[in-house]
Design a protein around this ligand. Structure first.
Ligand code: SF4
Length: 218
């Protein structure tokens, strides 16, 4: 039997430790992980909602449907192909619970710091060429966040990798459905799809280099 490469052994051990983490007393286990996917592309979400822990994977509900549709329309990559080739991380990996008035609780600064150690470890193991932070909380781990209009649709060089931010696909925000959000989102997806590290994962998924015209971002 061929030896298992060191990076996948390290990543598998990392994911096992992550899934056992119970550091934050106000977070609701279980930890949500996309599994040990060896990739040079990391997608960083914010925090799971209440459905993801039950379904056992990140972006498993409505926001995920929108996110995966963006990538399918832009690159012809299916949800299964995306999950199999992109490492899916998040600012916090546990469901924070609901706010008394409804909606999900925003993780506290301490919870964000606690969970940042896992992300740092993933960056060390995977040495990504491309990081895709999704939503303001995730973007703020890598870049100063002002208005989305000023950062979506652009590529940034951060700590030795490229970061191409995306807006959060949640139905709660209309930003990506209205101008200039629609155009900037299309530009951001175009930059991601053209990135050499993303092209590599498309090749691994055997997606044709040119998705159907109409689906390609401008
Ligand atoms: S949010 Fe992160 S640091 Fe906190 S318990 Fe969950 S996995 Fe651990």
């Amino acid at each position: 039997m061929a030896p298992v490469p060191l990076a996948i052994r390290k990543l598998t051990a990392h994911v096992n430790s992550l899934c056992a983490c119970r550091l934050c007393p106000d977070m609701h286990p279980p930890v949500v992980s996309g599994g040990p996917v060896l990739s040079r592309v990391i997608l960083v979400g914010q925090a799971p909602g209440d459905k993801e822990p039950k379904l056992g994977r990140p972006f498993a509900w409505t926001a995920g449907r929108t996110l995966f549709k963006w990538f399918f329309d832009a690159a012809g990559l299916t949800e299964e192909q995306f999950r199999a080739t992109v490492y899916m991380a998040a600012v916090c990996r546990c469901f924070p619970g609901k706010k008394p008035g409804g909606g999900d609780r925003v993780p506290s600064p301490q919870e964000i710091e606690n969970c940042a150690a896992w992300l740092e470890c993933e960056i060390k193991i995977l040495k990504p060429a491309l990081v895709i932070p999704v939503g303001k909380l995730a973007i703020s781990r890598f870049l100063p966040v002002g208005k989305l209009d000023q950062i979506i649709g652009r590529k940034f060089r951060v700590r030795g990798f490229d970061a191409i931010p995306l807006p959060h696909p949640s139905g709660a925000s209309p930003w990506h459905r209205m101008e200039p959000g629609k155009t900037l989102l299309r530009q951001a997806l175009g930059l991601i799809v053209a990135h050499p590290a993303f092209r590599e994962i498309m090749e691994r998924s055997a997606v044709p280099a040119s998705p159907p015209s109409g689906l390609r971002p401008a």
